[in-house]
Design a protein around this ligand. Structure first.
Ligand SMILES: [Zn+2]
Length: 154
């Protein structure tokens, strides 16, 4: 049986075709209260323009499932690249996007080399802090000379 949580988790991230907000670990909670479904989502990046699109998509999916959506964003604890599920990492890798570095404990700098999704080399450089969208960065691999995108590690 498909639960409302499954439905919410299966909403696609508008910037990453075939990668869902469940894959990205953005769904914090789904609670049903009568006809109202309270959904709490943590945005991947504050100010990411996709955030409002995600809210609209989640509201549409919840409405279609027969509930009144109450969608809110939860900023604390903040989303981290560690929240991306193993399946989400595999999908990002298949799409040629480096899933960034696990945020870990210490501060993560954008200058840290990101592993190339094409050849696995860490001889990569950041070429632009802003890729196709504000939430991704552009890199170039010095080993295979391919450009690639990554999520910004936070
Ligand atoms: Zn490479």
């Amino acid at each position: 049986m498909t639960t409302l949580l499954d439905i919410v988790r299966s909403v696609d991230d508008p910037e990453l075709p075939h990668v869902t907000i469940g894959d990205l670990g953005m769904v914090r909670s789904v609670a049903i209260d009568g006809r109202i479904a309270r959904i709490r989502i943590t945005p991947t990046y504050t100010g990411c323009p996709a955030t409002e699109q995600i809210r609209a998509d989640v509201e549409a999916a919840v409405t279609e499932a027969g509930y009144e959506p109450d969608v809110a964003f939860e900023m604390a604890p903040p989303w981290s690249t560690d929240d991306i599920s193993p399946e989400g990492r595999a999908k990002l890798h298949a799409a040629g996007i480096a899933p960034a570095l696990p945020a870990g404990d210490g501060p993560v700098s954008l200058d840290l080399p990101v592993e190339c999704p094409q050849c696995g080399s860490r001889r990569t450089r950041l070429t632009s802090a802003f890729g196709a969208t504000a939430c991704k960065a552009l890199h170039r691999c010095d080993s295979c000379r391919q450009p690639f995108e990554s999520f910004k590690a936070i």
